[in-house]
Design a protein. Structure first.
Length: 71
């Protein structure tokens, strides 16, 4: 569910829940390291194991009149 809020002066904030890109929504990541060679599953540090993240974007919009250059 997207939630968009107008802050004024052409600024908007949108918030939504998305799949974690680090673990691809699984909640765990492989601990594959060239040093340890262990393949243990660890809780994803980005989403804390939920597989989802909260995204917040701030957008600024400025509209100006177009002035054509005639020669």
């Amino acid at each position: 569910m997207n939630k968009t809020e107008r802050l004024g002066d052409g600024r908007y904030v949108t918030q939504y829940v998305d799949v974690c890109r680090n673990c691809r929504g699984v909640g765990t990541v492989d601990n594959l390291s060239c040093y340890t060679h262990s393949g243990a599953l660890l809780t994803c540090p980005v989403c804390d194991g939920s597989g989802r993240v909260f995204i917040r974007k701030e957008i600024s919009v400025k509209i100006e009149p177009y002035k054509s250059i005639t020669t």
